[in-house]
Design a protein around this ligand. Structure first.
Ligand SMILES: *Cc1c(COP(=O)(O)O)cnc(C)c1O
Ligand code: SF4
Length: 375
């Protein structure tokens, strides 16, 4: 039972022939995809395959290759966030002052067609070695400002328990490293991997957080709910990250259903990402207004618990920047803040005191808009 996930992984679709047999593609269609799959590997777990309902549905679009991936676009790059540029030692990206990102492997349970790391996922030899773990640990040990590490990849939960524990125990010898986070799509795509043994091991390394990856409510099956339940029962706070994807979740209703479904399985929405400018993924891009409209449909209309932060990861490596509909805050000045609520009503919040030398006391501009009204 414990090893079931390894069999599930082995039984995943990886060859274009599988698309003919299992997803009903014609020989001609599958042939056209051979070049794509050579460049960008495919993997579809039995669990994900089961959730595909029809050709081109929101699950299919995420995992089945298309020839559009080979189209070039001058705005798109292999590494648009310049992660290679911020790599301080192999596998470790240090961009922000107090936290680092660790690529523990480049293997994933599914190869998402829109992946930001399309440049390296799925190729052989991308898993961290014991020597590299030592170099990473030394780097963090000599940087006391680092208090948070995120395991990423690839998918960290594809490591076998013993290797994952080796990294966790090495890092837990560093007193200033307060928090360990694991980013993973495994609970939603290979739920059999979330074994009681894995959960028992992970809970020895608290405070440990997980950010899971979900894009559509159909991904939340009973098996996925149980896998997340096991993690939550191990005391691991669960967050979710969602990528805004054309044809998958680019409408307010789907997004609201996803966020509610996540909360029901004890996963708290964390980030909603605007699609990165990654070569081979332009077919998934949406206008930023689409994301803003989704936020407008969520804010106030549903609980704040269900609202992720909408972020654009700045091209070139500027990091994540939060985007909010601009009319939420119509104006901020020394006297007041003008705000608009979810019903389009405008409210005024007076500041605690005017900045003394910004506006002279007798200046009519110090009067509130109401005081200025003709009587
Ligand atoms: C996203 C990211 C982090 C973590 O950012 P948080 O906002 O703390 O979740 C850290 N390093 C890099 C390079 C990242 O892209
Ligand atoms: S699981 Fe994550 S890293 Fe792997 S292909 Fe999907 S988006 Fe990329």
């Amino acid at each position: 039972m414990t090893d079931q996930w390894k069999y599930d992984l082995r039984d995943s679709l990886e060859a274009t022939e599988d698309l003919i047999e299992r997803l009903g593609l014609s020989t001609r269609e599958a042939d056209r995809l051979r070049e794509v799959v050579t460049r960008y590997p495919m993997r579809i777990t039995p669990h994900v395959l089961k959730t595909i309902r029809y050709q081109g549905d929101p699950i299919w679009l995420q995992v089945v290759p298309t020839t559009e991936e080979m189209e070039l676009d001058y705005e798109m790059q292999d590494d648009p966030l310049n992660e290679e540029g911020d790599m301080v030692v192999p596998h470790l990206v240090h961009r922000y002052p107090d936290r680092v990102l660790l690529f523990v492997t480049n293997q994933c349970p599914v190869y998402c067609r829109f992946c930001t790391r399309k440049r390296f996922v799925g190729s052989p030899g991308g898993t961290i070695t014991p020597e590299a773990i030592e170099v990473v640990t030394d780097y963090i040990r000599s940087h006391p400002e680092i208090r948070d590490i995120i395991f990423s990849g690839g998918d960290p939960l594809l490591l076998v328990d013993s290797l994952l524990e080796r990294i966790l125990s090495a890092l837990r010898t560093i007193p200033h490293l307060e928090i360990i986070r694991i980013g993973s799509r495994v609970p939603g795509t290979l739920p059999s991997r979330i074994t009681p043994e894995l959960c028992a091991m992970l809970r020895r390394y608290h405070p440990l957080y997980m950010n899971l990856h979900f894009n559509h409510p159909d991904e939340i099956t009973p098996e996925v709910a149980e896998a997340c339940g096991r993690l939550a029962d191990a005391g691991i706070p669960l967050g979710s990250q969602t990528v805004l994807l054309k044809g998958v979740n680019d409408d307010p209703d789907t997004m609201k259903r996803l966020m509610h479904a996540l909360l029901k399985i004890r996963v708290k929405p964390y980030y909603l990402y605007q699609a990165d400018l990654v070569t081979g993924t332009h077919q998934f891009r949406t206008p930023v207004e689409t994301g803003l409209n989704i936020l407008r449909a969520l804010h106030g209309h549903t609980s704040g618990m269900a609202i992720p932060r909408y972020v654009i990861d700045a091209p070139g490596g500027g990091g994540k920047i939060t985007v909010v509909p601009p009319e939420f805050v119509l104006e901020i000045n020394a006297r007041e803040v003008i705000l608009k609520n979810y019903e389009d009503q405008v409210y005024r919040y007076p500041q605690v005191e005017a900045v003394p030398d910004a506006v002279p006391a007798d200046d009519p501009a110090r009067l509130t808009p109401l005081q200025r009204l003709p009587s």
